[in-house]
Design a protein around this ligand. Structure first.
Ligand SMILES: NC(=O)c1ccc[n+]([C@@H]2O[C@H](COP(=O)([O-])OP(=O)(O)OC[C@H]3O[C@@H](n4cnc5c(N)ncnc54)[C@H](O)[C@@H]3O)[C@@H](O)[C@H]2O)c1
Length: 281
């Protein structure tokens, strides 16, 4: 684990919905998390802490955003790394208003009966440790600061948090667990901290799989035909880009615009719930 505080002096102070706010985004080196980092800064955030897994993400975030980010390299499965990310963010920017729990892995549609018992057991442990425990540990580390600031938590869930078919049983169950986590944390942390989520559908990102299935280097966006298959299965008929979801995070983070909203999950999935055949009359 190491901390890179950066030296770039870009001081973009554009006013927006998050003027002077401070956020921490886990898994913010790529995909949806990175788009959230960029959008929060564009909305006037004072700074954003980012917890990433790779040195490559540390360097590229640093290069793009300079001293408006503080980047911690660690693993969301580690209580210490989550605490270090929160501490680095508060030390650097003076407070924490929003936690975005976002780091995750996908199971590449691994089916129950296709996995050996050993694979099933190990990939359950790995996927749940990243997708669920990672959110729990980030919430635990951030909670005292968010109570102090009367801030909020936002978790990245998925269409797979509500419906089958967005993965195999392990990914789908892990994202369903996220729904329970959002509701229970919203209940426990009220009235000080609002807790909400965004549930994207298929999105063009390099989302990877678990090492226990040998899929740690495989990327969702490289699956043959993935874009067409997502587009064809959605009423809105396109695969989202990471930027397509970021407005929902801004809305939920904004005290001025979401003061009365907690335990809510915004669907950003192209209409997964209303899939089917409409009569052309
Ligand atoms: N891409 C999609 O189609 C899609 C759809 C619905 C939900 N999601 C969810 O969106 C979230 C972000 O994923 P994405 O699609 O942007 O993919 P992504 O791979 O670009 O982002 C996930 C990030 O999490 C990081 N990460 C993974 N394991 C980690 C660990 N143990 N410790 C620290 N960081 C770790 C990765 O390095 C990566 O940067 C995930 O929770 C994913 O489940 C994605």
């Amino acid at each position: 684990m190491n901390t890179n505080t950066g030296t770039n002096t870009d001081t973009n102070t554009a006013r927006g919905w998050l003027t002077d706010d401070v956020a921490l985004v886990t898994g913010g080196g790529s995909g949806i998390g990175r788009a959230v980092v960029k959008r929060f800064l564009a909305e006037g955030a004072r700074g954003v802490g980012v917890l990433v897994r790779s040195a490559e993400h540390v360097a590229s975030l640093q290069q793009e955003f300079g001293d408006r980010v503080v980047v911690v390299c660690g693993d969301v499965r580690s209580p210490q790394d989550n605490a270090a990310a929160v501490d680095a963010t508060v030390e650097r920017f003076g407070k924490l208003d929003t936690l975005v729990g976002n780091a995750g892995v996908w199971d590449f549609f691994a089916r129950l009966e296709k996995l050996s018992l050993e694979q099933l057991s190990e990939s359950f442990d790995e996927i749940f440790a990243i997708n669920v425990k990672g959110y729990v540990l980030a919430a635990r580390a951030a909670a005292p600061h968010l109570r102090a600031s009367h801030g909020s938590m936002i978790f990245t869930l998925s269409n797979a948090a509500f419906y089958p078919g967005g993965g195999g049983p392990l990914y789908v169950a892990s994202k369903h667990a996220g729904v329970g986590l959002v509701k229970q944390l919203a209940y426990e942390l009220a009235p000080d901290v609002r807790v909400n989520a965004v549930a994207p559908g298929g999105t063009a990102t390099p989302l990877r799989g678990p090492a226990s299935l040998g899929k740690q280097e495989q990327r969702l966006s490289e699956l043959p035909g993935f874009e067409a298959s997502v587009a064809n299965s959605m009423p809105l008929r396109f695969m989202a880009q990471p930027e397509d979801h970021t407005g929902h995070y801004v809305l939920l983070a904004s005290r001025a615009n979401s003061r009365a909203t907690t335990a809510s999950i915004v669907h950003s999935d192209g209409g997964w719930e209303i899939r089917g055949f409409a009569r052309n009359t």
